[in-house]
Ligand binder design. Sequence first.
Ligand code: GLU
Length: 443
Amino acid sequence: MSYVQRVLDKLIEKNDGQPEFIQAATEVLTSLEPVIEANPQYEKNAILERITEPERQLMFRVPWVDDNGNIQVNRGFRIQFNSAIGPYKGGLRLHPSVKLGTIKFLGFEQIFKNSLTGLAIGGGKGGSDFDPKGKSDREVMAFCQSFMTELFRHIGATTDVPAGDIGTGAREIGYMYGQYKRLTTKYEGVLTGKGLNYGGSLARTEATGYGLVYFLDEMLKDHNIDLAGKTVVISGSGNVAIYACQKAQTLGAKVVAMSDSNGYIYDEDGIKLDTVKRIKEVERGRIKEYVKDHPTAKYTEGKGIWTIPCDVALPCATQNELNEEDAKTLIANGVIAVAEGANMPSTIEATNAFIEKGVLFAPGKAANAGGVATSALEMSQNASMTAWTFEEVDGKLHNIMKNIYKNAAEAAEKYGHKDNLVVGANIAGFVKVADAMIAQGVC
Ligand code: GLU
């Protein structure tokens, strides 16, 4: 039995009840086979056993008082997965579905994603089963302050730098930053995604979505395809989806559908992004309200966004939102490219279906790395007490995405899997971290 298979069998045995983590680890480790075979030092140094075991996992009680005076208790998490190439870095997910295994899969993905950016950031992730949806600002603040009252002792600008993710946006980061400052008396870049008047970076809000489309554009150009004029379907309507839509439209594509967890809208004439932004960013409402402003558009309750014919699909909602059946429907409808804005939105079966049929496929850990990369740029600005212009940050982001594409494509080719960016991204992300771990000894 191969080294990879032995490690995977042990992982499955040891991590009962963490299917998403097992899925992420299976995808990564399986695609590393060629590099593991060619480099016996990885097995000799037990790199796969070490890289799949978090350096530290924190789980804590988060009590807070709701608007009716009742005490609520949530569970907080922070997983400091790997610090071989830099301080732990990764977002905080606030969603009722969050469990230890969810944060573990996200933290594991983050190791390779952060490595791919070429910047000095290790892998970490955190969050809670708290649901900000429907809560008042005061309730969100009470939760965030309580969450930080435990988390503050474990993080720091050169130790661990959390950020946003699903459910954590500028409002939540602001409350958490205020509490960190109060508890430590330190004004430092301990969180990214901050407001612009207290240390945030220009273009951070747009970064994940813009970066996704920069990556997509690079991948298409490499195959002599122009994004202009293409029909695009984007799942989700959060931060990633909104700015992916904006950049795709700027580059001349026609975005015809977006969604939220209730249903999806289809606007044949092209999505009017200002309406989506108002509903989602200002009113914190539901996507179905779009049709009130645009009666020719159609709202459909439930899943099903992938039945809409398109040239390019950008899953930007959440993990495992696109399964094998969805993939087959997209393929039958003639999809050319799929680029993942969310973390692990396609199941392994869906990914394999795309790759087998020659659909250009950009995995999340490469294609959505623009967000965390720009977070690292925010850390640089905070450390040097400067603020760069939008153009400067956006220019660096664009270059980073081009490099990630180039490195992933080259690694895929070098190890005999030309055009398979899943293999390429995993290998390119892995080698840098693994070599740093070997250099730093058994730790
Ligand atoms: N949550 C984002 C991600 O999945 C951003 C993390 C960050 O900026 O640290 O990469």
